[in-house]
Design a protein around this ligand. Structure first.
Ligand code: SAH
Length: 240
């Protein structure tokens, strides 16, 4: 199958449809990612088909689950080479998106990518989630926080939940071991002022991989002591 067709068929399987303009944007993203990946290690996945399936389709797998209007204020924590944030921005052009990562070269790549794809309305943050979650400009100001492959759920919850508005939702993209992670994060989620809304299993198209989307709703203000200083959530995770 041609790579464009793989993307179109895969999105269809996810229940979504892309315009030809959106497909072209993804093909551009693919070229730019592979070009930069030769010079710097941005992602371990470098094969075109694998990028389409494991990065693009996996990033879009949350769309039908989230049911967004498309103009929400969203932050992607630990976005790396732009996943899932950039595919979601291509899908929802009006998204008010912030991309945060602690690795400088990834932010440099993303700024170039966003310019080449001519995407508007994206803010970049080079820094740690723990530091920005305490800044008044960012804390409590997002409708949606999203993250994939950044940290176990109890640690990730401390990074994510402080960014949410009191009515916001956090979507964590997880793999097969989701049950253990959810159990381990029970107290952390509660302490941070949120609750599990749902865990949705997804079959990634053209792959045997099982994916799980954990949806967490904020229900109260996060106590001011969270997030603790950079490194502490990871060293001393909130535990049950
Ligand atoms: N979300 C991307 C990248 C995952 S790799 C994907 O799914 O492909 C994890 C990324 O999170 C790395 O780029 C790393 O720099 C970043 N990261 C890890 N801990 C972080 C923290 N505390 N604050 C900000 N970024 C962090």
């Amino acid at each position: 199958m041609k790579i464009k067709e793989l993307l179109a068929a895969g999105t269809k399987e996810l229940g979504l449809e892309l315009t030809s303009k959106q497909i072209d944007a993804f093909m551009n993203y693919l070229d730019i990612l592979q070009e930069w990946n030769q010079k710097m290690n941005l992602t371990a996945i470098d094969d075109s088909e694998e990028i389409v399936i494991k990065h693009f389709l996996d990033s879009l797998s949350s769309v039908s689950v989230m049911d967004l209007a498309g103009d929400e204020k969203m932050i992607d924590l630990g976005t790396g080479a732009g996943f899932p944030g950039i595919p979601l921005k291509i899908f929802y052009p009006k998204l008010d998106l912030t991309l945060l990562d602690s690795t400088k070269k990834k932010i440099t790549f993303l700024k170039n990518l966003v310019r080449e794809l001519n995407l508007k309305g994206i803010e970049f943050i080079h820094g740690r989630a723990e530091d920005y979650g305490q800044k008044s400009k960012y804390r409590g100001s997002y409708d949606v926080v999203i993250a994939r492959a950044v940290a176990p759920l109890n640690i990730l919850s401390e990074y994510a939940i402080p960014f949410l508005k009191p009515t916001g939702s956090f979507l964590a993209q997880k793999g097969a071991k989701v049950k253990e992670e959810v159990i381990e994060a029970t107290r952390a989620i509660e302490v941070l002022g949120a609750e599990i809304y749902d865990v949705v299993s997804i079959d990634l198209p053209y792959s045997d991989a099982k994916r799980n989307l954990v949806i967490i709703d904020k229900v109260r203000e996060t106590p001011l002591e969270y997030p603790r200083k950079a490194g502490t959530p990871n060293k001393e995770p909130i535990s049950n």
